[in-house]
Design a protein around this ligand. Structure first.
Ligand code: ATP
Length: 495
């Protein structure tokens, strides 16, 4: 990799105020390099030094191996384009005329001639920022975001090798932000354009930058990839704000969630029966939480991690068949006025009036399990590979577990494991067999589970079988599942 830019021990002071201390980093050709830090940490000052707007006082900045100071004004303008934080609008100019100013660096000093290449560069830049329809519009008649895009087009029209941007997506709506940043990524990959940009939005920086530099009080406190920098402990120490690291749903980049201040839960909020209301309709059970709970579930509606306030176990006929059961279930919820986006929705062919609820209260938490069980589709997971055909019958085990307490992600996953192990044991004790293999069933082919926690009160890092949560969960699920199986068998008149 070729380093375009080398910054070595750069410090800077405004009169008596030292604002940058010994900053050292390099930027590679074609890299998107983000600068982050709280207000006043020196980001803009650093960018102004990189753009030659300020002169280096101590340390050195070299570009392609040459001292920055050795570039003539015009040479530098051909090499680097700058988009500062705020620009005074040049009144009376159209968008196109504003963008044309970007071609100044490419004009002959004494005999400026407007060439086809200049025209194409201007048109391409206007198109790139999505302002083609406003090209003849006066710049002062544009919105803040559109004006920002026009100035970006002016920078792009320069056809620079290095683009220096101070909060480039300021004032832009989310569509424009994504459009612009995707374009920068493309230009960096295809044209080897090097981009150095200041960002305030850390999730945007994480998604689009190859590497990041974090400044705090004028010092470089971290330098690395987004994966390395997006560490809650580092961010807490820099921004003094509680933050948690999340995973992006589709890209292997970290996302951050800043956490608002929360009051301590009231006594009622900490008691599950006070927090949850239960309604049994003709064909469904609806449990409603006073405040949304964080849920990990395999449910038909609301799978994965979700915040949900409604938990629906719907009874369908035993010959229920639908090509798109999720869509049909969502329509069912809508018809009943249950908000789909905050609902965990399960289905069962078992009589929902046979649902079993069990509750356990301890000093640090309380826990509530609601189980419906049928075993028409009982399967031995260790032997299911032997099956060549599958006939769907009534019978699935749906479990909803409510916990008042704060669970870590690990605790959610462990709670699922503990509940599953307890369910398997209940099936064993009730001697439920896989009808195909005649061996003990470990579950049914369509079992469903939801672990919901208030995320208030005591934090539980783990919920494995010998933790306090795990012990209560194991017992409650085991007993509730056994009882639900007995009710199911009684209904069907089987032993
Ligand atoms: N021209 C100036 N004269 C004196 N002090 C200045 C000048 N410009 C900036 N400063 C000071 O230097 C420090 C760093 O400012 P700078 O603008 O570089 O920070 P920043 O990280 O870009 O902040 P922000 O996120 O608010 O844009 C601040 O304390 C600021 O008040």
């Amino acid at each position: 990799m070729i380093d375009v830019l080398e910054v070595n021990n750069v410090s800077y002071r405004y009169q008596r105020k030292q604002v940058l201390h010994d900053i050292t980093f390099t930027v590679e050709k074609g890299e998107i390099f983000g600068i982050l830090g709280p207000n006043g940490s020196g980001k803009t000052t650093l960018l102004r030094l990189l753009s030659k707007e300020l002169s280096v006082q101590s340390g050195s900045i070299t570009v392609n191996g040459r001292p920055l100071a050795s570039f003539s004004h015009k040479e530098w303008a051909r090499f680097a384009a700058v988009l500062p934080q705020t620009i005074d609008a040049v009144f009376g100019y159209t968008v196109k005329e504003t963008v044309e100013l970007g071609r100044y660096a490419h004009q002959h000093r004494f005999f400026p001639v407007w060439t086809e290449e200049d025209e194409q560069a201007v048109d391409a830049a206007i198109h790139e920022v999505g302002l083609a329809e406003k090209a003849e519009e006066s710049i002062e008649r544009l919105s803040g975001g559109e004006r920002q895009r026009a100035y970006l087009a002016r920078a792009l029209a320069q056809n620079p090798e290095l683009l220096l941007l101070d909060e480039p997506t300021n004032h832009m709506d989310i569509t424009q932000q994504l459009h612009l940043l995707n374009q920068l990524v493309r230009a960096s990959k295809e044209k080897k354009l090097t981009v150095i940009a200041i960002f305030h939005d850390m999730n945007i920086a994480s998604l689009f930058c190859d590497r990041l530099l974090m400044l705090k009080e004028g010092k470089a406190v971290a330098l690395g990839t987004p994966e390395e920098l997006m560490e809650p402990a580092l961010l807490r120490s820099v921004f003094h704000a509680p933050v948690s690291r999340q995973v992006h749903p589709t890209v292997s980049k970290p996302l951050l969630a800043f956490l608002p201040e929360r009051g301590l839960p009231t006594a009622e909020e900490r008691d599950l029966p006070e927090h949850l209301t239960w309604a049994t309709m003709d064909d469904c059970i609806v449990i409603t939480a006073a405040k949304p709970l964080k849920v990990l579930s395999s449910a038909l509606v609301g799978s994965g991690f979700q915040w949900a306030a409604h938990f629906v176990n719907r009874q369908v006929s035993k010959d229920y068949h639908c090509e798109d059961a999720e869509l049909e279930m969502k329509q069912y919820l809508q018809k009943r006025g249950i908000p789909v986006s905050s609902t965990i929705g399960m289905m069962t062919a078992v009589d929902i009036h046979d649902a079993v609820c069990m509750y356990e209260k301890q000093d640090a938490f309380s826990l509530w399990a609601v189980v419906t069980a049928g075993v028409g589709n009982a399967v031995d997971a260790a032997r299911s590979w032997e099956r060549t055909r599958f006939v769907q019958k009534i019978g699935t085990i749906n479990m909803m577990i409510f916990i008042d307490g704060t669970l870590t992600d690990a605790a959610y996953v462990q709670a699922m494991m503990t509940a599953t192990e307890a369910k398997v044991k209940a099936l064993y004790e009730e001697n439920v067999l896989d009808p195909e293999t005649n061996t003990h069933a470990t579950g049914t082919s369509t079992d469903c589970i939801a672990i919901a926690a208030t995320q208030t009160g005591t934090t539980f890092s783990y919920a494995g079988t010998i933790t306090p949560i795990g012990k209560a969960l194991g017992r409650v699920v085991y007993e509730a599942t056994r009882e639900a199986l007995r009710r199911y068998r009684k209904q069907r008149g089987s032993s």
